[in-house]
Ligand binder design. Structure first.
Ligand code: ADP
Length: 445
């Protein structure tokens, strides 16, 4: 069986509720109307009987049927003398003086009776009985019911049609969400958005889905760029190595040229090895496989060692590297190798993107139990539009300039990853042409 559409389900639910509600309201109305009519009729019954008694005592004539009330006369032996008898009324039923009672026949017809005994002129006792039949007082209720039975189905049909259209309209956004999702999955068009404007629940849901799609699309774009960047980054050193080795084969007899060529090969292999190394760290982290090898290390000493290893590069550009420490306790529990990589990377960037005879100043301090390291340089700086992207894999601000600087664009994404693995964080501020400051916080693990 085909599943009912949401639109139909809601409409059916609404219609059933409406029918039940209307039946309930009608029932109450009929009951109240009947009761109100009955109270009226009962008063009428007592009044009519009292009036007739007065007429009898004054010797006047009276009507045996007046205002829906039947009047019946009985003698002192409670035998019927005269009067109007409603249809099927058990005329011989017992008389009780001054009591308003309900009499029900075997056929479920209800009568209200009011009996009075009277002493007439000759001293004889007589009985006067007033009777009303529910067939009369129930007329009004039945009339209302009849009207309701005709009008109600019409009303229900009209409101069901209206409900069907309103529900359809209300569910239109859901249809739009479903169509967009289908379109995305069938045509691989991740750039599609639902684009609903509303602020109701469905509007909010659509916005959340749109945001999610935006993130997914960005992730896919990054993933694609990443793969093509890996290929691109490795292609250059590989083609250099190819060219150099071919050159070597041709000039195998010229030792000095071969030596130069081997140096180039070695440099390019070094670059490839560094790319592969960094990629491995990053991809291990992607799969959650990076385990920290924590040790107590003297961070000041470690940074000095890194500076020493990189001093030659700095000297070539006349860049001064300064280290100032405000630390009392220099021992922190960190992953030594990873810590070294972070420091090396940031200082190396300071040199790579520094100006001739510039500086890289490093300041160590404690910030709420965390190790705070500030690296400040007076290099070329980074523009505002690029500053958020420097953490992306393979992102280099200026490809042509970075090429000469041995850039891979992987360094900072690895720095960020390592710092975050140490439950720390990293910030950057920079001004183009003025300089850059990196601030790194390491948690003492
Ligand atoms: P790489 O240095 O290999 O290009 P990174 O991930 O270390 O890759 O840096 C990304 C980019 O951020 C660099 O290409 C560079 O443009 C910019 N950058 C990093 N550090 C600095 C700095 N100290 N001064 C200016 N630009 C920087």
């Amino acid at each position: 069986m085909k599943a009912l559409s949401m639109k139909l389900k809601i409409t059916i639910g609404y219609t059933i509720t409406l029918i039940l509600f209307v039946i309930g309201v009608l029932f109450v109305i009929v009951e109240i109307a009947d009761d109100a009519i009955l109270i009226n009729e009962k008063e009428q019954l007592v009044d009519e009987v009292s009036d007739a008694i007065q007429d009898i005592q004054k010797g006047k004539k009276f009507d045996y049927f007046d205002d829906n009330v039947y009047l019946i006369l009985y003698n002192d032996k409670k035998e019927y003398i005269d009067g109007g008898i409603p249809e099927f009324f058990p005329v011989d039923s017992e008389l009780y003086n001054g009591k308003l009672r309900k009499i029900k026949t075997n056929d479920d017809i209800v009568y209200y009776v009011y009996d009075r005994s009277i002493v007439v002129e000759n001293g004889e006792t007589m009985w006067l009985r007033g009777v009303i039949s529910d067939m009369n007082y129930g007329k009004m209720g039945r009339f209302i019911l009849h009207i309701a039975f005709i009008i109600l189905p019409i009303l229900i049909v009209i409101s069901t049609i209206i409900a069907y259209f309103i529900t359809g309209k209300a569910l239109e956004p859901v249809k739009k969400i479903q169509e967009t999702a289908e379109n995305i999955s069938q045509n691989n068009r991740l750039s599609l958005r639902i684009g609903l404007k509303g602020t109701d629940e469905i509007g909010k849901l659509a916005k959340t889905i749109d945001n999610m799609l935006e993130k997914l699309e960005n992730a896919f774009v990054k993933e694609k760029r990443f793969t093509s960047d890996v290929a691109h980054e490795l292609r250059t050193p590989i083609s250099i190595i190819m060219a150099e080795s071919e050159y070597n084969i041709k000039h195998e007899d010229q030792l000095s040229e071969m030596k130069e060529s081997m140096k180039t090969i070695n440099k390019q292999i070094g670059k490839m090895s560094s790319i592969v190394e960094q990629l491995l760290t990053l991809s291990r982290a992607d799969y959650g496989n990076v385990k920290l090898n924590l040790k107590y290390i003297d961070v000041e000493k470690k940074i000095f060692e890194v500076i020493e290893s990189i001093q030659e590069k700095a000297n070539k550009k006349g860049i001064k590297i300064q280290l100032n420490s405000n630390l009392d306790n220099k021992i922190f529990k960190l992953d030594e190798l990873m810590f070294e990589r972070v420091i090396h990377n940031i200082i190396e960037n300071g040199i790579k993107y520094g100006i001739e005879n510039g500086y890289v100043k490093i300041v160590l301090s404690l910030d709420k139990d965390r190790l705070k390291i500030v690296f400040e340089d007076n290099g070329i700086g980074i523009s505002n539009e690029n500053i958020d992207k420097i953490w992306d894999r393979f992102y280099v601000v200026d490809k042509s300039r970075s090429l000469n600087r041995d850039s891979t664009g992987l360094g900072l994404s690895m720095v960020k990853l390592i710092v975050e693995k140490h439950q720390g964080n990293v910030k950057v501020s920079s001004k183009l042409g003025v300089g850059t400051t990196f601030t790194i916080f390491f948690k003492n693990l």
